[in-house]
Design a protein around this ligand. Structure first.
Ligand code: ADP
Ligand code: ASP
Ligand code: MG
Length: 412
C-alpha cells in the first residue's frame, strides 16, 4: 500500500465544483488502495484578496496579524474538500498547520519549517481516512500561526512527503508540468519530462513560479522525487529528480523571466574604499536582498553603482539610499521599476562557451537593450525593459530551439 502526497494549487480548487472534481480524483487513488494525504492552497485569488484587505487596514500591516488573516484561505478550501469526500461516501479529515503540527520559526509571512509531527496524520490514515492538510501555514513554538511565503503550499507538500516518507509527491497545477518557458507567454513552450533538482532550483529562483523554490530545495535535501502535473488531464507531467537519473543533458533547458525586481543607481559616488559597504549595509540591515550589482568604471574619481532589489522593497530601499547618498556625497539616486530579468538556464552550460554571446546576439538582433548582465555556471541573466519581456523570451526560445524535441549536448 503506497502513501501518496498530492498538492492542488489555487486554480485547481477555484470553485466548489472544482473542489468536488479534485476530491473525486483523490478518492479514485484511495480506492486503489493508497493512503492519501492531500495538501491544498486557498481558492484562486483568495490570498491576494486577503492581502488587499490587510493593506487597506494598516499602511504596513502587522506581520503576525497578516499571517492570522492570510492563513484563513486554506482553512476554507480544506474544510470544503473534506465535505466533498464525505458527500461521496468516503471518510476525510481536514487539519490546519498547527493541528498537524507543522512547526516553524517565527519569521512571519516567510517562515521556515523546522519540524513536522506525523503522528496525528498517521493515526487518521490508519483509520482509512483521506487526510487534508492546509498548505502554506505552520505554527511557532509559542503557538502563533505563521505562513511560508507566497506559493508556499508546494513546500508544505514536499515537507510532508519527506516527513511521512511518502512513496510519491505530486504537485497538481493548471499546466501539464514544467515547460521550457512559461506556456502562458509562449505557446511553443515544450514540456520537460525530467529535470534535475539543481536546474529546477535555478528555474524557480529566476521566476518559473510553477514550483516554489523552497519546495525544490527541500525535495533535493530529502531526495523526494516530485511529479509536477495537470489537475485537468491525466497526462504524465515533469519529474524533478537527482541529476544522475537524467540520461540526456540539455544545453539550455529553460528560459525564465521575473518582473519582481527593480533597478536602482546611486550616481557619481566617490570611488573610495568603504563606500560600497556604506551603501549596502543599511540596505541589508533593512532585510532587503540585493541581487545583481554593477560598478561602472571610474571617471574623475567618481563612479556609478547600479543594482537590483525586490520590487516590493523598492520604496523602502529608495528612502534609505537618499539618506546614504547625502552622507557619502553621491550626486543622485535614480530607479526604474519597469524592468524584467530574463534568464537562460541549463546544466549543460557548465562545459560550453558561447552561450552568453549567442544570447547577446539575439537581444541585439531584436533591438533590445541589456541594462545589466550576470552569469553563473548554469545560467545567464540579463535585465531589460519590462515591455520587451515576451519578445525576448520568444526570441531566445527560438534561438536555442527549445521547441524541438531535444537539443542534446554533443558527445566529445
Ligand atoms: P498553483 O496555483 O497550482 O500553485 P502557480 O500559478 O503557482 O500554480 O504555477 C503555475 C503557473 O506557473 C502556470 O500557470 C504558468 O503560467 C507559470 N509558469 C511560469 N514558468 C513556467 C514554466 N517554466 N513551466 C510551467 N509553468 C510555468
Ligand atoms: N495561497 C498561498 C498563495 O497564494 C499559497 C499557495 O497557493 O501556495 O501564495
Ligand atoms: Mg504555486
Amino acid at each position: 500500500m503506497a502513501l501518496i502526497v498530492q498538492k492542488f494549487g489555487g486554480t485547481s480548487v477555484a470553485s466548489t465544483e472544482k473542489i468536488a472534481a479534485v476530491a473525486k480524483r483523490v478518492i479514485e487513488k484511495h480506492r486503489e488502495g493508497n493512503r492519501m494525504v492531500v495538501v491544498l492552497s486557498a481558492m484562486a485569488g483568495e490570498t491576494d484578496r486577503l492581502i488587499g484587505m490587510a493593506n487597506s487596514m494598516q499602511h504596513i500591516p502587522d506581520l503576525r496579524e497578516m499571517d492570522m488573516l492570510i492563513s484563513s484561505g486554506e482553512q476554507v478550501s480544506i474544510a470544503l474538500f473534506a465535505m466533498a469526500v464525505k458527500a461521496a461516501g468516503y471518510d476525510a479529515v481536514s487539519l490546519l498547520g498547527d493541528q498537524v503540527a507543522i512547526r516553524t520559526d517565527q519569521m512571519h509571512t516567510r517562515a521556515r519549517i523546522a519540524a513536522i509531527d506525523v503522528e496525528r496524520i498517521n493515526t487518521h490514515l490508519e483509520k482509512g481516512k483521506i487526510v487534508v492538510v492546509a498548505g502554506f501555514q505552520g505554527v511557532t513554538d509559542a503557538g502563533d500561526i505563521t505562513t511560508l511565503g507566497r506559493g508556499g503550499s508546494d513546500t508544505t507538500a514536499v515537507a510532508l512527503a519527506a516527513a511521512l516518507k511518502a512513496d510519491a509527491c505530486e504537485i497538481f497545477t493548471d499546466v501539464e508540468g514544467v515547460f521550457t518557458t512559461d506556456p502562458g507567454v509562449y505557446k511553443k513552450a515544450r514540456k520537460i519530462d525530467y529535470i534535475s533538482y539543481d536546474e529546477m532550483l535555478e528555474l524557480a529562483s529566476l521566476g518559473a513560479k510553477v514550483l516554489d523554490i523552497r519546495a525544490v530545495s527541500m525535495a533535493k535535501r530529502f531526495k523526494v522525487p516530485v511529479h509536477v502535473r495537470s489537475t485537468f488531464t491525466n497526462t504524465i507531467g515533469t519529474w524533478v529528480v537527482d541529476e544522475e537519473k537524467i540520461m540526456e543533458s540539455m544545453l539550455v533547458s529553460g528560459i525564465t523571466y521575473s518582473k519582481k525586481e527593480a533597478r536602482i543607481t546611486v550616481k557619481k559616488v566617490p570611488d573610495q574604499p568603504g563606500v560600497a559597504a556604506k551603501i549596502f549595509l543599511p540596505i541589508s540591515d533593512a532585510g532587503i536582498l540585493v541581487d545583481m550589482i554593477i560598478q561602472n568604471t571610474q571617471d574623475g574619481g567618481l563612479t556609478d553603482m547600479t543594482f537590483t532589489v525586490p520590487r516590493s522593497d523598492y520604496e523602502r530601499a529608495m528612502q534609505i539610499l537618499h539618506k546614504v547618498a547625502a552622507d557619502i556625497r553621491a550626486e543622485d539616486v535614480t530607479g526604474d521599476q519597469e524592468i524584467t530579468k530574463v534568464s537562460i538556464v541549463g546544466v549543460g552550460m557548465r562545459n560550453h562557451s558561447g552561450i552568453a554571446s549567442t544570447m547577446f546576439q539575439i537581444m541585439s538582433k531584436e533591438g533590445i537593450n541589456m541594462m545589466m548582465v550576470s552569469t553563473s555556471e548554469i545560467k545567464v541573466s540579463v535585465v531589460i525593459a519590462e515591455k520587451y519581456t515576451e519578445l525576448a523570451v520568444r526570441a531566445l526560445h527560438d534561438a536555442f530551439a527549445l521547441d524541438k524535441d531535444n537539443m542534446p549536448l554533443e558527445v566529445d
